[in-house]
Design a protein around this ligand. Sequence first.
Ligand SMILES: [Zn+2]
Length: 442
Amino acid sequence: MDKNRAWSLLQEMSFVRVAGSKEDLKTANILKAHCDEAGVPAVIEEFEIENAVITEATLEVLEPEHCSFPVIGIGKTPNTKKDGAIGGFKYIENALDSNLTDVKDKIVLVNGPRLMPPTMKKLAEKGALGYILTGGDFYEEDSIKKELRPTSAFGDDNPLPGIKIHMDDAEKLVRCNPVKVRMVLKNRKKKETAHNVIATIEGSDLKDEVIIFSAHCDSVPYSKGSWDNATGSVTVMELMHYFNKHRPRRTMKFLWCGAEEIGLVGSRKYCETHKDELDKVIFNINFDMTGVTLGYEHVCCSCSEETMHAIQYLANIENYPLDIELGMYSSDSSSFARAGVPACTFARLNPRGGAQIHNHHDNMDHLDPDSFMITANFVAKFGDQIGNAAVNPIPRKFAEKVTKAIEEQKRFFPGAEKGEKKPSEKKEEKPAKKSAGKAAKK
Ligand SMILES: [Zn+2]
């Protein structure tokens, strides 16, 4: 482990790296070059993503008094008809059921930068015409306020057109008590290419059992993504260097996922493309945001309670202060858990008022090399243990809480299941699975 090497890669990666942009490929090439230089072969896997091009987005209050607000469109939601959607207005707060009793023929304002598919579906069923989300915050500098971050809705079958308004304007909008409003949205889909990078260190004798260390390497628009998630990417790179020197018995893969910020697309794509190899993957250890000076170590475990307790036990032994929970983290570990692979995400999270992500402020300012090494050092020890244990120590099962969270996610985001085996395929593959498992243990 080398904090200076890590720091210099962090600096090298601190630029806006939006999925599908030319910087997406540049990022993949940087990561591959570092692997190649270390003598660990890396491959870049391309995949197609769907971004949105917004051609028009407006919001006007027609009654009681005419005024208009700057908005941006939410991609991959349906276009309004030519003259726009015209209707009443309601502020529906967090869209609880009691907020939704009278949304028919209205355009609704909802708190938050995203609308989850079940809420959108409910709104459509209750007859809403479109929705407005909020972005930014009251206390930003004026230079950033102009730059509402572009957003696309998840999935392909979104029933309602959406636009986004700045928090400041949302307040003004509510205070002018609109009776009649008009929104216009025009957007189209655009196919682009994103990339995953994969480096492999083959195990010395238990090579058929695999541990995957992962981190997403894309950022959102306007954000250099130094913390989210150049730090995680560099943590994976440091672990690659470490295990290159300390060869493990099990195979280790180092995976940098593209297009995480638009819905975990890279990791889902990886699980889809490599679904026949997932039976061999005993654990996925993901990193999303490490290295912040004022922070605290956190791990979200999408695995069994036994594994969570084992991580806690090792943390205690190592005097590594760790905030630990069971659940599904909104990062690439979730794609693995959904595909049946036990997983976890390590993060060094911020106290309230501390470092920020998904805007201009996410740069190197609140990171430092010593804080950066805290997570990497612990996971190197953990990796040593699971990489070299005589018997696979990670039970292939999930705590009840995790299973429930997985089922809920699948219900909300059914589109993400392409990477999964169909039930019929699963049955057929059973005998092969067993023998592969036995062979691995020999
Ligand atoms: Zn992230």
